[in-house]
Write a protein that binds this ligand. Structure first.
Ligand code: PLP
Length: 294
């Protein structure tokens, strides 16, 4: 039996680690990509052991397996954009650099993940971070470090917005085409974009919520999906920031540590107020309709 085909969605690849609590990494990426009307596929760089309380250990995918995942997907379908998150080590980062050269994907968003906000085991070793700085950044359309990641990449202190601007300029000097330094760790959540020509600030009220686990992954995936949908970089960053802010406002307190964002807040209705019962719709089973006895 044949079925009518669904409209083609832009295919977005995430290359990242798996967080079993579903808040960060691959799970956050696929939810974000789906929420932006794109189709998400994933190559897994690592299995992590973690909950909302932090990362206990990481188990890296062998480089040959990562390469096979990437090539198998790319042989089968046209990937419009790729988001790169946790890579773990230099061997996996090198596989990704070679893949980018082979696959020639138009849009590459690089989130230089080094350590989870919730702490615990490191998500990238020192040799991997050096390789990322020297080899991966120049292959990226945009790089999205938070303040601690910008500090680690540049070996400089970033304490205010002026230093965020200086860091963004330095990362472009190192080869990135554009950089967003995210200010979520600062007192005011201002993000700084440098596109190689102009510095732009994206302001926003800092949401008072402890549930921000995976916000970096979510932001980078939202930027990727917006670019895959044809939006220019500035608009993609603006929309991604607004999405993350709302997803934190509507986040879930599911564990003992910082909970995950609500990636599907746009699709969920408010639950009815207590004591207000929804009126059943016609067309339901007669026994469930008011006044009808089965
Ligand atoms: N990638 C993986 C697999 C992770 O487990 C984490 C954090 O736990 C991250 C990335 C980075 O998370 P965040 O977006 O909170 O910085």
């Amino acid at each position: 039996m044949s079925h009518p085909a669904s409209p083609q969605l832009p295919i977005v690849l995430t290359i990242a680690g798996f967080d079993p609590s579903g808040g960060a990494g691959i799970a956050a990426d696929l939810k974000t990509i789906a929420a932006h009307n794109c189709y998400g596929i994933a190559a897994v760089t690592a299995l992590t052991v973690q909950s909302t309380q932090g990362v206990k250990s990481t188990h890296l995918t062998p480089a040959a397996t990562l390469r096979a995942q990437l090539d198998t997907l790319a042989e089968d379908m046209t990937i419009v954009a790729v988001k790169i998150g946790m890579l773990g080590n230099k061997a996996n980062a090198a596989v990704v650099a070679e893949f980018l050269d082979r696959a020639q994907i138009a849009t590459v968003v690089l989130d230089p993940v080094a350590r989870a906000q919730s702490g615990g085991a490191e998500l990238m070793d020192a040799a991997g971070l050096k390789f990322l700085r020297e080899e991966l950044m120049k292959r990226a359309t945009v790089v999205t470090p938070n303040v601690p990641e910008a500090e680690a990449l540049l070996g400089m202190e970033v304490k205010d917005v002026a230093a965020m601007e200086a860091a963004a300029r330095k990362l472009v000097e190192l080869g990135a085409r554009a950089v967003v330094v995210k200010g979520g760790h600062m007192e005011k959540a201002i993000d700084v974009l440098f596109d190689g020509t102009e510095i732009l600030h994206f302001g926003g009220e800092k949401v008072k919520s402890p549930n921000t686990h995976g916000s970096g992954c979510t932001f980078a995936s939202a930027v990727t999906a917006q670019l895959a949908s044809g939006r220019p970089l500035r608009e993609a960053v603006l929309l991604a920031k607004a999405y993350v802010t709302k997803a934190i406002e509507r986040s879930y307190a599911i564990g003992k540590g910082p909970g995950p964002l609500n990636h599907f807040y746009r699709f969920q209705q408010e639950p009815p107020a207590r004591g207000v019962h929804e009126v059943p719709q016609h067309g339901m089973h007669p026994a469930s309709e008011p006044g009808v006895r089965g």
